[in-house]
Design a protein around this ligand. Structure first.
Ligand SMILES: Nc1nc2c(ncn2[C@@H]2O[C@H](COP(=O)(O)OP(=O)(O)O)[C@@H](O)[C@H]2O)c(=O)[nH]1
Ligand SMILES: [Mg+2]
Length: 205
């Protein structure tokens, strides 16, 4: 069992369109969520780096598909956030299409990491992402991020709400309390991703 060294992650390349992506094979982990849910902060926390993924106070700024390499066969992909209310509708729907297209058609994706603000879980577009993953039979790792914002009892209550709503699908997903600020859930998340890497290399050696 190989443990990945997440600290060595580096920025690989950005793409505006799926058809431009020339990277192939290996394991890809797609980071998905509403803009401002904390995708960039989560990737920075997982890789123990402060500025690997630029994040700004202006949500919705990431408008590219950004690839980060953990090792030669394992990449993290930061997708544009969906549902940025201040962006014009046509821009929103354009980006939604790019995200859906990438998630549906990219075979390298082995895990969807769906990031939600623990205070507002399972919004409309989150459910759509879950549908795509279930149809594709891809594992979903749900991170209830910003759990530092709530007391433990409230965190558990929110966890239970999400757990109950997804009860039928728990065979292909895992739900974790997470905080990129307080570094909660990082190790568990890394272990789960390590498993997918090991599955891949066992099949391909
Ligand atoms: N309290 C708290 N705030 C967070 C956490 N993760 C991200 N944030 C904040 O949420 C905002 C959006 O984060 P960002 O990573 O840019 O989200 P993205 O738009 O999904 O990439 C920023 O102001 C972050 O500082 C967390 O775990 N706890
Ligand atoms: Mg971001």
């Amino acid at each position: 069992m190989i443990a990945l060294n997440y600290n060595k992650t580096f920025f690989l390349k950005s793409y505006a369109k799926m058809t431009d992506i020339e990277i192939k094979d290996g394991v890809e982990i797609a980071f998905i969520g509403y803009s401002n849910s904390g995708k960039s902060s989560v990737i920075n926390a997982l890789t123990n780096q402060k500025k690997l993924v630029r994040f700004s106070k202006t949500p919705g700024r990431t408008q590219l598909i950004n690839f980060f390499e953990v090792c030669s066969d394992f990449r993290m992909v930061d997708l544009p956030g969906y549902g940025y209310a201040k962006a014009p509708i046509f821009i929103q729907s354009k980006w939604q299409k790019i995200i859906y297209n990438y998630l549906k058609n990219r075979n390298e994706i082995k895990v969807f990491v769906l990031i939600m603000d623990i205070r507002h879980p399972l919004k409309k577009l989150d459910k759509k992402i879950i549908d795509i993953a279930l149809n594709k039979k891809v594992f979903i790792l749900i991170l209830l991020n910003k759990c530092d914002k709530l007391k433990m009892a409230q965190c558990q209550k929110q966890f239970k709400i999400v757990y109950e709503q997804l009860r039928l699908f728990l065979h292909s997903m895992e739900i974790l309390l997470f905080s990129s600020y307080k570094k909660i859930g990082i190790q568990k998340c890394q272990l789960i991703l390590n498993n997918f890497y090991n599955l891949y290399i066992t099949k391909h050696q």
